[in-house]
Design a protein around this ligand. Structure first.
Ligand code: FBP
Length: 331
C-alpha cells in the first residue's frame, strides 16, 4: 500500500536532505500539533461557548474574540515546554513574552494565532500565521530585539487555513509544501507538493469599501482589474481572512492588496506576524510581496505591532500594481 507522506515524515526528510537544523523540524512538528488542537476547537467553538467577544482590546486596538485569546494561549502552551523557544511575539500579546532562557532556547516565534477574527462567529475561513527566527542577542535571556528582525532573517514560516479543509503550508527557505489534515487519522498528509504560485491569476482580493480613501492611482488599478471588457479583468474574491485569500493566490494565482489610506497611512496588517511570514512563503513559491514602496522581506522592523501596506501574490499582478502606483495607468 502506497502510504501518503505525513507532515512529520516530510520534516524529517527535509532535515536529512538539507542542512536544516533538527530543532526547526521539532518546532514545526509542534506547530502541526497546535494546528490540530486549534482545528478541533475552532470547529466546535459554537458548541462550547467559545464564540463572541471577550470585551478587551489587543495591542493594535482590535476587539478580541474569545477564539483570539484561546488560540494565543494554545500557541504559548504548545511552545513553552519544548526548550527551544526563547520568546513569542503575538498579535494578542502587548509585549514579547519571554518563554525560556539559556543557551538551548535559540528561537523566536512570531504569530498571528487567529487571522480573520471577524469571521469566527459566522463559520467562515480563519487562519493561523507563524514565522520563526533565530535569536540574535547573546545574553542569558532573550529581549524584544530578537523579535525585531526583517523577513530576510526568517528560518521558517507558514500558515494554517481552517476552511473547507484544514491545511498547513510551510517553507524553510527552499520550497513550499502543503498538507491537508485527515481528521480520521489526525495527521497532516502531503497534498500540495512544491507549490508554485502561477505567474498570473484571475482573482483579486481587496476591501473595496475603502476605495474612496485610496490613492487615485490605486483607484485606477482597481478600476482596471474590474473592467470586464479589458483582457486584464479579474474577479473579486475577498474572504475577510488574509490567509484564505493568500492561499488562493498561491494555488491559483491572483493578488491580495491592502493599501494605505489617510486614516491608516501604514495600512492595517502587521508586518512581523502577518506580512513577513506570508511574503517569505509567496516569494519561495515564485510570487512577490511589496508594501508598494519596498520588498516586504527587507522592511526594517522597529516595533512588534508595526503595520505595513501589503500587495502580495502573482509576480505579474504585483508588478502591475507597482506600475499603476508609479504611473497611474497600465504599461
Ligand atoms: P486579524 O488578524 O485581526 O483578523 O486582522 C487581519 C484581517 O482580518 C485579515 O485577515 C483580513 O484580510 C483583513 O484584516 C480584513 O480587514 P478589513 O475588515 O479592514 O477588510
Amino acid at each position: 500500500m502506497n502510504l501518503p507522506t505525513t507532515f512529520n515524515g516530510h520534516l524529517w526528510q527535509q532535515h536529512r536532505r538539507s542542512e536544516q537544523p533538527i530543532e526547526i523540524s521539532i518546532l514545526l512538528t509542534q506547530m502541526g500539533f497546535a494546528a490540530k488542537v486549534l482545528a478541533q476547537e475552532i470547529s466546535r467553538a459554537a458548541l462550547v461557548g467559545n464564540l463572541g467577544l471577550v470585551g478587551e482590546k489587543n495591542a493594535t486596538g482590535d476587539a478580541q474574540k474569545k477564539l483570539d485569546v484561546f488560540s494565543n494561549q494554545i500557541m504559548i502552551d504548545a511552545f513553552s515546554n519544548i526548550g527551544l523557544v526563547a520568546a513569542i511575539a503575538s498579535e494578542e500579546l502587548d509585549q514579547v513574552k519571554l518563554i525560556e532562557c539559556g543557551q538551548q532556547a535559540q528561537y523566536i516565534l512570531c504569530t498571528d494565532p487567529l487571522d480573520g477574527s471577524s469571521n469566527t462567529d459566522t463559520g467562515s475561513a480563519v487562519g493561523t500565521i507563524f514565522g520563526i527566527y533565530r535569536r540574535q542577542t547573546t545574553g542569558y535571556c532573550s529581549t524584544e530585539a530578537d523579535a525585531l528582525q526583517p523577513g530576510t532573517e526568517l528560518v521558517a514560516a507558514g500558515y494554517v487555513l481552517y476552511g473547507t479543509s484544514t491545511m498547513l503550508v510551510y517553507s524553510t527557505g527552499s520550497r513550499v509544501d502543503g498538507f491537508t489534515l485527515d481528521p480520521s487519522l489526525g495527521e497532516f498528509l502531503l497534498s500540495h507538493e512544491n507549490i508554485r504560485c502561477p505567474e498570473t491569476g484571475k482573482t483579486y482580493s481587496a476591501n473595496l469599501s475603502y476605495y474612496q480613501e485610496w490613492h487615485p492611482h490605486i483607484q485606477n488599478f482597481a478600476d482596471y482589474l474590474g473592467d470586464r471588457k479589458s483582457h486584464a479583468a479579474h474577479t473579486l474574491r475577498y474572504s475577510g481572512a488574509l490567509v484564505a485569500d493568500v492561499h488562493r493566490c498561491l494555488l491559483e494565482g491572483g493578488l491580495y492588496f491592502y493599501p494605505p489610506t489617510e486614516d491608516q497611512p501604514d495600512g492595517k496588517l502587521r508586518l512581523l506576524y502577518e506580512c513577513a511570514p506570508l511574503a517569505f512563503l509567496v516569494e519561495q513559491a515564485g510570487g512577490r510581496a511589496t508594501s508598494g514602496q519596498a520588498r516586504i522581506m527587507e522592511l526594517e522592523v522597529t516595533s512588534i505591532h508595526q503595520r505595513s501596506p501589503l500587495v502580495i501574490g502573482s509576480q505579474s499582478a504585483v508588478d502591475l500594481y507597482q506600475t499603476f502606483l508609479e504611473q497611474g495607468k497600465a504599461p
